[in-house]
Every structure is written in structure tokens, then in C-alpha cells.
Design a protein around this ligand. Structure first.
Ligand code: ADP
Ligand code: MG
Length: 240
């Protein structure tokens, strides 16, 4: 589904991503862990072209997406992204937040978009909130709406960048449950998280990233229970 070859990204003279190579299979759930500043967000942002890689190739289903002639909007519409900060449109109701892009970009009818939005609200457990404004919701509820909004575009891949990092602890579980459900339904996902218990449960593969390098990868058992690299051991000893 995703092939990354020799991907590098620099900001001025600072190399943030250093020759990353990675393949992600259809329906695979990859969790990326690692210290702050290691390039995790930059990597996700390169995957959906919010950042332009300095060199290397990113292929989605065999198509190179980081070259001039590609239609960025088309590529992005295949990928849903959920950030730490939910960025809902404050002047739109929950329902309007969800139906906006399907109508504007996918040219769905209002009825069609609403039908889909109501299904998604059911999935994220917030059907009764469809007519309220985001500001009246808790952080966890807003994040679940953000997930529903991303899913409304029927993406083939979901990218999550620390989706629970800005939430109060009691909100985290509900959001993780939604992500877990998506995983079990076969969504291809890349998830950056500091929730190690969640990573262990949901990941097919865990990748430890530090200093712009993919240091180590394996099953959750391999990476968490038997890390090979000193840098990984050091990090895990601090977070687990
Ligand atoms: P992480 O998500 O793992 O915490 P980031 O991808 O956010 O790491 O950042 C990796 C490095 O790139 C950091 O040193 C950060 O300061 C730098 N960086 C990120 N975005 C920019 C930018 N737009 N301009 C300059 N430096 C940036
Ligand atoms: Mg980050």
C-alpha cells in the first residue's frame, strides 16, 4: 500500500529525516514510537504531502506521489489524517464539520453525505451530538468527531499523529477504542503514539524512530519485550 524509499527531509541545513525505507502492507497497522523531535510528525506529514520530501520516493499503491505532475488533492483524499489538535471548524456544527469535505471535494449530495455522517457518528459513539458546535464538546469527543470527519472521505489509509496526547487521561480510552475498531476492520494505518499499552495491542508492527532514523522494528513483542538497540532500550526504560 505504501512504499517509502530513501526518504529524506531537511529544513535548511538540518536533516530531520535520514534515508528512511519502509513498506506498509494493505490493512497493516504500523505504530511509530520514539522521543520528541525524532521526526515522527515530519514523516507522517511527508506521507500525505503536507511536507515536500527533500529526496527519495513515496509510493502509494505503486504510484509515486512526490513528483510534480501528481494531483495532490487526489492523493490526500486517499489519506485521512488526525492530529493531536483536532482542528474542527468552530463555526460549523458537528454534522456540518463531517459533511463539508464529502460535499465540497467528493461532490456528494447533502443527503448522501448526511447518511454517511450519521453512520460514522454512530461508530464513534456521538450520534446525539450532531447538531452541537465543537466548543460544547470535551477534547475526547472533539477528537472522535475529527476521526469521523476524516473517515467521511472514505480514505484508504489513516494517519494518526499523537491523537490522544492533548487529552485528559479519562478521555483517552474512548478515542483509542475508536482507533482500535478501525484497525480490527482492516484499515491501513500509521499511528504515532506514546500510549505503549495501546501500541502493543493494536500494532502489527512497531517502529522505533530516533534522530530521523528508523532504528528498529518488529512485532510489539519483539520491540517491547526484546529490544535490540541500546537507543530503543533507553527510550523504553523511560516510558514503560
Ligand atoms: P516528532 O514528531 O518526532 O516530535 P518532528 O517531526 O515534529 O518530531 O520534528 C523533527 C525535527 O524537525 C525537530 O527538530 C523539529 O524542530 C524540526 N522541524 C519540524 N518542523 C519544522 C519546520 N517546519 N521548520 C524547521 N524545523 C522543523
Ligand atoms: Mg510530533
Amino acid at each position: 500500500m505504501i512504499n517509502v524509499e530513501n526518504l529524506s527531509k531537511s529544513y535548511k541545513s538540518v536533516k530531520v529525516l535520514k534515508n528512511l525505507n519502509l513498506s506498509i502492507a494493505d490493512k497493516e497497522v504500523v505504530v511509530i514510537i520514539g522521543p520528541s523531535g525524532s521526526g515522527k510528525s515530519t514523516f507522517l506529514r511527508c506521507l500525505n504531502l503536507l511536507e515536500n520530501p527533500t529526496s527519495g520516493k513515496i509510493k502509494i499503491k505503486g504510484q509515486i506521489i512526490n513528483e510534480k505532475k501528481v494531483n495532490i488533492d487526489e492523493i490526500r483524499s486517499k489519506m485521512g489524517m488526525v492530529f493531536q489538535h483536532f482542528n474542527l471548524f468552530p463555526h460549523y456544527t458537528v454534522l456540518e464539520n463531517i459533511i463539508h469535505a464529502p460535499m465540497a471535494v467528493r461532490k456528494q449530495s447533502r443527503e448522501q453525505a448526511i447518511t454517511k455522517a450519521e453512520q460514522l457518528l454512530e461508530i464513534v459513539g456521538l450520534k446525539d451530538k450532531k447538531d452541537v458546535f465543537p466548543i460544547t464538546l470535551s477534547g475526547g469527543q472533539q477528537q472522535r468527531i475529527a476521526i469521523a470527519r476524516a473517515l467521511a472521505m472514505e480514505p484508504e489509509i489513516m494517519l494518526f499523529d499523537e491523537p490522544t496526547s492533548a487529552l485528559d487521561p479519562e478521555m483517552v480510552g474512548d478515542v483509542l477504542k475508536v482507533i482500535q475498531r478501525l484497525a480490527s476492520e482492516g484499515m491501513t494505518m500509521v499511528v504515532v503514539t506514546h500510549e505503549m499499552g495501546f501500541a502493543r495491542e493494536v500494532a502489527d508492527r512497531v517502529i522505533f524512530m530516533a534522530d530521523g532514523i528508523l532504528i528498529e522494528e518488529g512485532t510489539p513483542e519483539q520491540v517491547f519485550d526484546n529490544p535490540q538497540h541500546e537507543r530503543t532500550k533507553q527510550f523504553l526504560s523511560k516510558v514503560i
